[in-house]
Design a protein around this ligand. Structure first.
Ligand SMILES: Nc1ncnc2c1ncn2[C@@H]1O[C@H](COP(=O)(O)OP(=O)(O)O)[C@@H](O)[C@H]1O
Ligand SMILES: [Mg+2]
Length: 279
């Protein structure tokens, strides 16, 4: 028997159960048009899992389906072993799922603090306690609590959006392209912040257009293509998989070098790496 439970950021799954298990999801927006075609994803407690893939692959659609915003037509979605397909977003928040959409993810006319308050509208008595925990993850926001979110930079807004999603103490956080539209420095901060949130005990699914960077920070990742799982595995393994590089990570480093050289000098000689051995 436990006497006092240690404070944690997350609620877990029964031993051995994935925290989140999407199995062969079929989902879409328009009748008869499926965007996800038997798409599957597993998130174990404590994991940071990435979803990468070309534009239009269905990455955002998958996150929305996980959060009850796109109708799941077939397949199953379980949270800690319990079926949660097509539950409404507010019911999912109550069960410990948080979602940060790519855009329109703050209330611009509200202050930072009011935005965070919206995060716990279902459990307002938790506000003070959660505010303290969340601000410890985002110390940059502490002195700016009374500022309107609409006046913030893109990077700061992204921070507020993540902080808001963390207010109800989710066990699973779904992030849609947190680095999109940010400068390289702010992108790095968004990745570091995601890692920090994960290390604090929140299991994270992150959709990213910056595929290489995502693969560097993720425990495991899924490559989606046309609403289907194309590849999956440990982030670093995918990053070095020639097929994944060829199909989804754009160009090889050597190609980038060659392109740069061509741009600079038109006719610059390729580096030895690209010179194919004469047959
Ligand atoms: N609200 C919507 N209504 C109808 N089709 C949509 C909607 N949102 C996205 N789609 C379509 O779903 C497909 C996948 O989009 P999306 O999930 O946004 O891809 P990704 O996030 O991988 O770029 C695209 O073909 C897109 O046109
Ligand atoms: Mg998207």
């Amino acid at each position: 028997m436990t006497e006092t439970a240690a404070p944690t950021l997350h609620r877990g799954a029964p031993a051995g159960e994935p925290l989140l298990h999407a199995d062969a999801l079929v989902a879409g927006y328009l009748p008869g048009v499926n965007i996800l075609n038997e798409c599957s994803l597993v998130l174990h407690p404590g994991e940071l899992v990435g979803i990468i893939g070309p534009n239009g692959a269905g990455k955002s659609t998958l996150l929305k389906a996980l959060f009850g915003l796109v109708q799941i037509r077939e397949g199953s979605l379980r949270l800690a072993g319990e079926e949660i397909s097509n539950l409404r977003a507010d019911a999912l928040v109550q069960r410990g799922v948080g979602f940060v959409p790519q855009t329109n993810n703050v209330f611009p006319s509200l202050t930072i603090e009011e935005n965070l308050q919206m995060g716990v509208y279902q459990t307002p008595h938790k506000f003070a306690e959660r505010l303290e925990v969340v601000l410890s993850l985002f110390p940059e926001l502490t002195n700016r609590r009374k500022q309107r979110a609409g006046a913030l930079s893109g990077g700061e807004r992204q921070m507020v959006a993540m902080a808001r999603a963390l207010m109800p103490e989710p066990s699973v956080l779904l992030l849609d392209e947190p680095s999109a539209g940010l400068s390289p420095v702010r992108q790095d901060e968004a990745f570091l912040r995601t890692r920090r949130i994960n290390k604090a005990g929140v299991s994270v699914v992150i959709v990213e257009q910056n595929a290489r960077r995502a693969l560097q920070i993720c425990d495991r990742a899924y490559v989606l293509d046309q609403g289907r799982n194309a590849y999956s595995g440990p982030g670093r393994e995918l990053m070095h998989d020639p097929k994944v590089i060829e199909l989804y990570l754009g160009t090889l480093a050597t190609d980038v070098d060659a392109a740069r050289a061509a741009e600079q000098g038109r006719g610059a000689t390729p580096t030895t790496d690209e010179v194919s051995p004469s047959a």
